[in-house]
Design a protein. Sequence first.
Length: 267
Amino acid sequence: MKLAKKSLGQNFLTDHNVIKKILKLVNLKNKNIIEIGPGYGALTELIIKNNPKKLFLIEKDEYLAKKLSLKYSNNKNITIFNSDILKFDLEKNILKNSIIFGNLPYNISSQILVKIIKFKKWPPKYNDLVLMFQKELGEKILGFFETKNYGRLSILSNYRLNNIGKFLVSPNSFFPKPKVTSMVIHFKPKKRISYKIRNLENLEKITNIFFSNKRKMINKNIKKIFSSIEISKMTFLDLNLRPEKIRPDLYYKITELFEKKRKSFFC
C-alpha cells in the first residue's frame, strides 16, 4: 500500500469488522451502488460479494483509479470514474434505487454531504446514504434543536434527510491512523417535506446571515433579509431570540417567505 496523500485527505479503512458493520446497514443484493472514494477497494470487495446490480466507483486519485480499473476490468457491472466528487455530476449519473457509500475525506466531507442534499429533483434516485465523517462534524450534522451541536448544517440536513442510525469508528480502523474518531451515519431521504423551498441555497443564505452573529438576537440580522413591513407580519417569530433558539421548521418557513416575497439571486 502506497503512502496516503494528505492533500486528498486519505485515510484507508482497513478494519473488516467495521466494513461488515457498514454493509449490514442495508440490503445490497441486486441494488445499484455508488461508492465515493473507494481507495484500495476494501469496502468494494465486500460490496461485490453481496451481488449488487451495478457498482459505480468514484475515485479522485489517478493511481488508485487505474489500480481499480485493472482489478475489475473483467467485471461489466463495475464502472470506475477517475473524478473529483465535488466536480462530478452525481445526480446525472445516479441510477434509480441506488445506495451511496462514502468514507469521505475529512477536509471536504461537509461539502460532499451538502452536494448530495441539494439534488435538484426530490425525492432523489438514492434510497440510502451511508457516509463516514469526523465524529465532531457528524455530531453537528445530527445536532438536535437546543443542543450545542445545533446549527446551519443540522438545519439543512434535517430538511431533506432522516437519520436512521450511527456508530463510532476508532482511529485504529484506518491506515494511516487519523488523530480523531470517526462516525458512520445512515440517512434516508425524506419522501414528503412539509415546506416547499425551491432552492436550498436560499436556506443556506438565511441560516448563514442569522448564525453569523450566533450570540446576538436576530432582530438586527433579519433586517438584512426582510423589510420592516415584512418583519412586522412575522407574528410567528420572536425577534429577541438568538439563532440557536429558533426551531428548524421556522427557518424553513422564513425561507419560504423569502422566496415568495422576491425573486432571490439564488432562485
